[in-house]
Ligand binder design. Sequence first.
Ligand SMILES: C[S@@+](CC[C@H](N)C(=O)[O-])C[C@H]1O[C@@H](n2cnc3c(N)ncnc32)[C@H](O)[C@@H]1O
Length: 323
Amino acid sequence: MMATMSVEETYLCFAREEADGNSTVYRDWALGVATDPVLSSLIATMPEERQQPNLIFAAARLRGSPVGPFDIFREWLVAHWVEARGEALTRSTQTNEPGRCAVLLPLLSALSEPLALLEVGASAGLCLYPDRYSYRYDGGDDLDPYDGPSDVRLECATTGPVPPPARVPRVVWRAGIDLNPLDVNCEDAVNWLRALVWPGQHDRLRRLDAALAIARQDLPRLIRGDLNASVAALAVEAPAGATLVIFHSGVLSYLAEDERRRFVETVSHLNAHWISNEGPSVVAFETPAPRSPDPSTAMTLLALDGHPRAYAGSHGQSLHWIT
Ligand SMILES: C[S@@+](CC[C@H](N)C(=O)[O-])C[C@H]1O[C@@H](n2cnc3c(N)ncnc32)[C@H](O)[C@@H]1O
């Protein structure tokens, strides 16, 4: 059995492996918590799955914590612990990253059109609009939706033998499943999605706001439920004549191992393509993937129909095709 990490170890690990290079504020806060016995012991009173730095920090920011030096944050968090704790106990890390469409698009655009998209673990559904965003691969020409440039433009740097997609596919049906679907018109849900973007990531915040505006024009159909319980019934609703694609990113790690296996088994028996974009060890594929091109950076493994195809930057900013 794996030993669980202490709060100090969790925060140190987060500072070094996730926040460093991505958010100076979160790195400093996490390093601060790791060496602060008062905060560490407050956080240790939470259930283990609620001790995650990005959950606690987002909960604090939602409640109005100052975003700056650790000492000031610390003082605020000790004084407002009950409120921040309450938020962290009732919410979860539902970060919705439309940027991930940039790594889905090359796979989607190679399938026969029109497409029917079904996302499990969809959060607010912002990854259900790959046809409404503009793309720029490797600094080349912009690839736009059929009706012109989008307010969301996703940049992605690629390596490997697969050329960037030449077109944005036509999507005729889209739907998602989530344990707790977030409503793009609900202020509280939007505030939470915004708090989940790390301090200093201004481009991600702009992108989130622009994607939310796009989703508000044509609301996604989101079903509340467990993905294993709901996926087969929802898949049946996809229109005949469209290519059904069931996909997920950053979701299966929330499931116990037997639930992941059950999902893989279910999806492989549905008449659909399956795109998985998860941490490299989250799904046990029959064909093992080669090592990540950059093991020191957190990347996801992108697979089509159970075959690993590429490593991807965790927010869709890069794509490294497996040769
Ligand atoms: C980190 S978010 C990722 C959202 C989106 N896929 C993206 O890439 O931006 C994970 C989402 O999975 C959902 N989730 C976790 N377990 C689930 C389950 N068993 N059934 C349905 N949704 C689930 C969570 O509620 C959350 O909204």
